[in-house]
Design a protein around this ligand. Structure first.
Ligand code: CA
Length: 333
């Protein structure tokens, strides 16, 4: 009896030793994460999702590029010198990806780029690189579908009764592929669905920024009082700026009254709150959680020497190197 209990004790001890040895030998990989800027609502949801998904599976070092590519380049150099096992990169300037990739490739580190899309032909030159993004045109098309729904939902939106939907457009950065696609496909889709669209003024390029959008909307309202029937914004931050300007002149105030439909993209907490209050019409949801989950799963696979999409339900698009996380519409009642 005694010897048997001793044996059990010995076995349990051996198991515990094995457990500890297991933890020690499978040391968590070091993953460097470069973010284009922390001060971006949507990217913050991705950051949180990444941190959560990698918790206990990797040691993360995350850096804020603060919207400056030179800063991000320096941060990359440090990550490489620290011999990270894997890198996750959200480019400040997607056009600068070739140089960034060159350094990562020379160091032989697996990398997942996400959100801001580098030239995929450049990315293809490195067999340890994957891109996780969305289909930029889809967000625009979804806005176009929403425009049609709003147009058909109420005759009251045609303020001047001319059968055309007069809109203002807020664009992110001038050369950003997502901004270009959203700007183009939102209107194109609405037109294809039978809505006659007419733009008021120039496209307002506001770099995704709330304050810039508010200023532009204030000028637009001053110059076109009563002529604007719809606000289309490439993201929710700019939509919020437009709503702030509208509320200053008595539109889109909680509790009813004069209202101009405003549509954004991202489904930020602020936008969902505004839609709930009835001061914004709709947004298009970029699933930051799903994005963070996909990026972390893929980089862990690559670090483990597996195929990037091993054990996942993700699929590459036609490029053979990019995974696209789908959008979904989010509308008020
Ligand atoms: Ca009209």
């Amino acid at each position: 009896m005694k010897s048997s209990s001793n044996r059990i004790t010995a076995i349990v001890c051996a198991m515990i030793v094995c457990l500890f040895a297991g933890v020690a030998s499978a040391a968590a990989p070091n993953i460097g994460v470069l973010i284009y800027k922390y001060d971006d609502t949507y990217i913050s949801t991705v950051r949180n999702a990444l941190t959560k998904a990698l918790d206990g599976k990797a040691a993360i070092t995350m850096q804020d590029g603060k919207g400056d590519q030179a800063t991000q380049n320096d941060q990359l150099d440090v990550m490489i010198s620290k011999k990270m096992n894997g890198l996750i990169v959200n480019m400040v300037d997607a056009q600068a990806a070739a140089g960034v990739l060159e350094k990562i490739k020379a160091a032989g580190i697996p990398v997942v780029f996400f959100n801001r899309e580098p030239n995929l032909d450049v990315l293809k030159t490195y067999d340890k690189a994957v891109f996780v993004g969305t289909n930029a045109a889809d967000a625009g098309r979804m806005q176009g579908d929403i425009i049609k729904q709003i147009w058909e939902g109420s005759k009251a939106v045609d303020l001047n009764g001319d059968g055309k939907f007069q809109y203002v457009m807020f664009k992110g950065e001038p050369d950003n592929p997502e901004a270009i696609a959203r700007t183009e496909f939102s209107v194109k889709q609405a037109v294809e669905k039978g809505v006659v669209m007419e733009q008021i003024g120039q496209t307002f390029v506001c770099n995704w920024d709330t304050a810039l959008a508010q200023q532009a909307m204030e000028s637009a309202l001053a110059a076109n009082e009563g002529k604007i029937e719809l606000v289309i914004a490439n993201n929710d931050s700019m939509a919020m700026g437009a709503i702030a300007a509208l509320s200053n002149v008595g539109y889109n105030i909680e509790g009813g009254g004069k209202f101009i439909p405003v549509i954004g993209v991202d489904a930020t907490d602020q936008a969902i709150d505004a839609i709930g209050k009835g001061i914004m019409s709709a947004t298009v949801k970029q699933d930051g959680e799903a994005m963070g989950q996909a990026v972390s799963t893929i980089i862990l696979n690559m670090i483990a020497g597996k195929a990037p999409l091993d054990g996942t339900s993700y699929q590459y698009d036609d490029s053979g190197i990019a995974v696209r996380i789908p959008y979904s519409p989010f509308m008020g009642k």
